[in-house]
Design a protein around this ligand. Structure first.
Ligand code: UDP
Ligand code: MG
Length: 141
């Protein structure tokens, strides 16, 4: 497994101010932050980023939400980063997320669920490249 994943703190958690506590959680779990930026996605970017879900009933609502305000975009490094980060964030629906996970602690509901995590190494690479150039990443820390 690879050692990088792509994470986002979504507009709900930026707007509510919970994003600082989420950054604390990330650091406390020993992820190395290789890249970080705050950016409001355009509607076109949100559509492209979530294109895999375009046939799903929640797609339009998801695009509207993800382009509604700034997100914090993160490249995280850790051993087996993709499954590690999925464990750290918990299930998509916070009602089903394990206690202590970021979604259990900070998500509002299944749509406005505070954070994103890549679901495979291949998608992690694509998602990192969607927002970051390799030169923007802080390596050899
Ligand atoms: N989503 C939603 N309703 C659903 C399923 C997903 O609004 O029934 C949103 C939610 O914000 C989720 C995103 O679409 O995080 C992507 O869905 P996915 O199934 O990939 O969940 P994730 O990988 O984020 O846990
Ligand atoms: Mg997903």
């Amino acid at each position: 497994m690879g050692n990088r994943t792509f994470a986002m703190i979504k507009p709900d958690a930026v707007e509510s101010g919970k994003w600082g506590k989420i950054i604390d959680h990330i650091i406390a779990e020993d992820y190395k932050i290789l890249g970080v930026k705050m950016q409001r996605m355009s509607e076109a970017e949100a559509r492209a980023f979530y294109a895999v879900h375009k046939e799903r009933p929640f797609y339009e609502e998801l695009v509207e939400f993800m382009s509604s305000g700034p997100s914090v975009l993160l490249v995280l490094e850790k051993a087996d980063a993709v499954p590690a980060w999925r464990d750290t964030i918990g299930a998509t629906d916070p009602a089903e997320a394990a206690a202590g996970t970021i979604r259990a602690k900070f998500a509002e509901n299944k749509g406005r669920n505070a954070v994103h995590g890549s679901d495979s190494d291949e998608n992690a690479q694509k998602e990192i490249a969607f927002f970051f150039s390799e030169a923007e990443l802080i390596l050899n820390q």
